[in-house]
Ligand binder design. Structure first.
Ligand code: PMP
Ligand code: GLN
Length: 385
C-alpha cells in the first residue's frame, strides 16, 4: 500500500466528532452549521432531483452554473471571468485542491504553504510529489512578512498554496498581503493556488480580496470556492475552480479522471443560489457574526478569552496565558470532563510546534452555543489546572 496514506491517522475532525458522539458532548469541533440552511436553495435541489437531469452533466460543469459563478464573482468581488474558458465545477473544494496539486506539481517541486494549514493540504502535496516549505503563522494575528516569504520561496517553488480567509486561524489577508506573494514569486513561474472557500464568511464589513483581483497574479493563479461554505450546506460537495484558460485546461485533465462530474441537481440548485440578492449574503454574515460574538462572550465568561476572528466559522483560544501547553490533551479533557468538543490547532502544524491554541466552531444555533458555554463555565475551575 502507499506508505503515505497507510501512515496517516484519521482526520482530526472525524476523530473529535466521534469522541463527541461517544461522550454526548456538544460538538464545536468539526466546522458545520446545525441549522438546516437556506430553504429555497434546498428546495431547488429537491426539485432538480425529481424533475431535472440526473445523468452525467458536462465534464466542466453545468453551463448555467459556470455562468452563475462568473456572474456571482463579478457582482460580489468585481472580477471579470470568462465562464466558458475560466470556470470549472468540482465535487467540493477538496477535489479542486487535489486536482490542482496533482496537475501542477512535478515530483520534487516545492510547494509553499502557510501553517496552520488546513488538514488536507500536506498529504495531498506530498502524494503529488511536492516538497513542502512552510511559512509559520502565530497568534494573535497570524500575519506573514515579505522576509518569511523570501525565505520559503526558491527557484524550485512551483505552487504557493494560500487559504484566505484562513481556517483554522480566522485571519483574512488583504490586497497588500496578496501583493507580497505576487512580488515574492515574480519571475519564478510559480502558480498561486488560493483556497477561498470562506470568501463569504467574513466579518466587521471587511471585504474579501480574491487572488484573481491582483493584476500580477491574474494569469498565474487558481481560485477555489465552495458552495458548501457559501450556502452553509457543508455536505454539498460542489466546488468551483477559476483560472486563466491555459491553466484551467490542465486542471480539467485532472478533474476528468478524479470525479469527471458533480451531481447535476446540486449544481442546478447552486446556480440558482449564487444569483440570490446581496442581502441574502449580508444577512448570513450578520447572523454568523452575531454567533461569533455570542460564543466569544461566553468563552470570556468561562475564562477562555478568544483571539480575534476576521472570518470563517471559527474562534480560537490561546491557552498559553493559562499555563496550558498541550492542546490535544486539553481537547480530550474538554470532551470527557466538560462535554464540549473543540479542535487542537497543533493538528494543522506538521511539527505540532504550536501546541497552545484550540478552535471552536460558532456556526451553531443559540441553544447549542449557550449549552456549550454553560458546560464550559461549569467545568472551567476543574479544567484550568
Ligand atoms: N478548504 C478549507 C480551508 C476548508 O475549511 C474546507 C472545509 N471546511 C475545505 C477546503 C473543503 O471544502 P469542500 O467541503 O467544498 O470540499
Ligand atoms: N472544514 C471543516 C473544518 O474545518 C471540516 C471538514 C472535514 O471534516 N474534513 O472543521
Amino acid at each position: 500500500m502507499n506508505s503515505l496514506f497507510a501512515g496517516l491517522t484519521v482526520s482530526i475532525f472525524e476523530e473529535m466528532s466521534a469522541l463527541a458522539r461517544q461522550h454526548q458532548a456538544i460538538n464545536l469541533g468539526q466546522g458545520f452549521p446545525d441549522d438546516p440552511g437556506p430553504e429555497d436553495v434546498r428546495r431547488k435541489a429537491a426539485d432538480a432531483v425529481m424533475t431535472g437531469w440526473n445523468q452525467y452533466p458536462p465534464m466542466l460543469g453545468l453551463p448555467e452554473l459556470r455562468e452563475a459563478v462568473a456572474r456571482h464573482y463579478r457582482t460580489h468581488q468585481g472580477l471579470e471571468i470568462d465562464a466558458s474558458s475560466e470556470v470549472m465545477i468540482t465535487s467540493g473544494a477538496t477535489e479542486a485542491l487535489a486536482g490542482a496539486l496533482l496537475a501542477l506539481i512535478e515530483p520534487g517541486d516545492e510547494v509553499v504553504l502557510f501553517e496552520p494549514a488546513y488538514d488536507a493540504y500536506l498529504p495531498l502535496i506530498r502524494r503529488a510529489g511536492g516538497v513542502p516549505r512552510f511559512v509559520k503563522l502565530a497568534p494573535p494575528d497570524w500575519r506573514f512578512t515579505a522576509a518569511q516569504l523570501a525565505a520559503a520561496i526558491t527557484p524550485r517553488t512551483r505552487v504557493v498554496l494560500l487559504n484566505n480567509p484562513q481556517n483554522p486561524s480566522g485571519a483574512v489577508y488583504g490586497p497588500a498581503e496578496l501583493q507580497l506573494i505576487a512580488d515574492a514569486t515574480a519571475g519564478t513561474g510559480a502558480i498561486v493556488v488560493a483556497d477561498e472557500v470562506w470568501e463569504h464568511v467574513i466579518f466587521d464589513d471587511r471585504p474579501h480580496t480574491s487572488v484573481l483581483a491582483i493584476p500580477d497574479l491574474r494569469r498565474r493563479c487558481v481560485k477555489i470556492g465552495s458552495a458548501g461554505k457559501i450556502f452553509c450546506l457543508t455536505g454539498w460537495k460542489v466546488g468551483f475552480v477559476v483560472a486563466a484558460p491555459e491553466i484551467l485546461k490542465v486542471l480539467a485533465k485532472a478533474h476528468q479522471y478524479i470525479t469527471f462530474t458533480t451531481p447535476p441537481n446540486l449544481q442546478a440548485a447552486v446556480a440558482y443560489g449564487l444569483d440570490k440578492p446581496a442581502s441574502h449574503f449580508d444577512a448570513m454574515r450578520a447572523d454568523l457574526q452575531m454567533r461569533r460574538d455570542r460564543l466569544a462572550a461566553g468563552l470570556t465568561a468561562a475564562g477562555f478569552a478568544a483571539l480575534p476572528a476576521e472570518g470563517t466559522y471559527f474562534l480560537n483560544v490561546d491557552l498559553a496565558p493559562l499555563g496550558l501547553t498541550d492542546d490535544t490533551a486539553f481537547c480530550r479533557r474538554l470532551v470527557t470532563e466538560a462535554g464540549v468538543a473543540a479542535i487542537p490547532v497543533s493538528a494543522f502544524y506538521a511539527d505540532a510546534s504550536m501546541r497552545s491554541v484550540i478552535r471552536f466552531c460558532f456556526a451553531k444555533v443559540d441553544a447549542t452555543l449557550d449549552g456549550a458555554v454553560a458546560r464550559l463555565v461549569d467545568a472551567a475551575p476543574r479544567l484550568a489546572r
